[in-house]
Design a protein around this ligand. Structure first.
Ligand code: ZN
Length: 375
């Protein structure tokens, strides 16, 4: 993800902060600063930083359990809406998904327990009457306010994440539990419907009660549930086809002696966006439409394509499923990969090709389901 900056590395996982995360620090500083001046502003910033430390620990909970099951974790990215742990692939067994999903909220339960012990010890139980919550009559900055606020935040994180709706942890736990009794795609569909029902109820409560934030969260959950259902179906569909059968065998390719003007001709007449530069059955590099546009802007003298081509191209084997290819693209961040049979280059496959294959396969599957229902 671009616009993210690495701030730490824990257990071989990069902890990155998205640039928009600064908004949260700013809001915290402004909120507390408006009431308690400069020291309040500092307090607000420290408070938000501590909140996001709790979010990082939550994501580390997911990540460490995932790594325990051999699933690579590339990075944890902090966004203003929370954290995301980038798992290299989905867990295979429902039990694994259940434990990975549960590990995040479990961390916040532990944190809340520790904070409860500390605040109970230094402030008595009166401290827990909810005054630490965001907004309202928040008490003046102090170590005690800090700890009580964090306690309330961790409780909120647990409750919110356990809502049984995608993309929240509760939705994943529900899917995993369902998947123990039925197949993955069906479990996802059922979990998605339950999640959307939940979102509708939340939305109605939000609108009727005038809770704007709650209504927004409901919309976010409703869309997330539909997306997850689609992704689960896509995953099963993409697993059925090998990339060796899906790449374009009739794609136009280039040789090192070609110039940029030739690619421009090809682009205008064929609508093909990516071109392999080959010598026999050897791939030398690729040239994309973006490379050509950039070359036209910066090289007025019609250079050889070898001057503008990308030489580093990620390889996939022809026997890999489209689902594996999609995963390679996600992990490497590449839009185009090269398909090989052993050492010989066959052709290129792009993210758009995968999307197109997906829409065709989904259509075919739908027709088959309709056929089965009519039969
Ligand atoms: Zn989580």
């Amino acid at each position: 993800m671009s616009w993210s900056y690495r701030v730490a590395r824990i257990a071989d996982i990069d902890i990155k902060v998205h640039i928009t995360f600064g908004i949260i620090l700013l809001l915290g500083g402004l909120d507390w600063g408006s009431r308690y001046g400069t020291s309040g502003a500092v307090f607000g910033v420290v408070l938000m930083t501590a909140l996001f430390a709790c979010v990082v620990l939550h994501e580390l909970g997911h990540s460490l359990v995932a790594k325990h099951y051999g699933i690579p974790v590339r990075e944890i990215v902090l966004l203003p809406i929370g954290g995301v742990a980038m798992l290299g692939r989905l867990p295979e067994k429902p039990r694994q998904e259940l434990l990975i999903a549960a590990a995040g909220p479990a961390v916040n339960v532990v944190l809340a327990g520790i904070l409860l012990l500390i605040t109970g010890a230094i402030g008595g139980l009166t401290a827990l009457d909810g005054h630490g919550l965001i907004g309202g009559s928040a008490p003046a900055p102090s170590l005690h306010t800090f700890l009580v606020w964090l306690l309330a935040a961790n409780v909120t994180l647990v409750v919110f994440n356990l809502i049984p709706a995608f993309p929240l942890d509760g939705g994943r736990m529900l899917r995993a539990l369902l998947a123990m009794g039925t197949d993955y795609a069906k479990a996802t569909r059922i979990a998605a419907v339950i999640g959307q029902a939940f979102a509708l109820v939340l939305g109605i409560i939000g609108v009727l009660g005038g809770h704007f934030i709650l209504a927004l969260i409901a919309v976010f959950i409703f869309l997330g549930a539909g997306m997850e259902s689609f992704q689960a179906q896509a995953k099963t569909v993409l697993m059925t086809l090998q990339v060796g059968h899906a790449y374009n065998k009739h794609a136009l390719s280039l040789i090192p002696a070609d110039r940029v003007s030739k690619v421009v001709d090809y682009i205008l007449t064929s609508y093909q966006p990516d071109f392999a530069v080959v010598l026999g059955d050897r791939l030398l590099g690729i040239v994309t439409r973006d490379d050509v546009l950039r070359a036209l802007a910066t090289h007025p003298e019609d250079p050889y394509i070898t001057e503008i081509m990308q030489r580093q191209v990620t390889r996939v084997d022809a026997t890999a499923s489209l689902e594996e290819v999609q995963r390679v693209m996600m992990e490497s961040g590449e839009r185009v990969v090269a398909v090989y049979a052993g050492e010989s280059f066959l052709g290129l496959v792009s993210r758009e090709d995968l999307n197109e294959a997906l829409s065709v396969l989904m259509f075919v599957k739908r027709q088959q389901q309709l056929g089965a229902q009519n039969a």
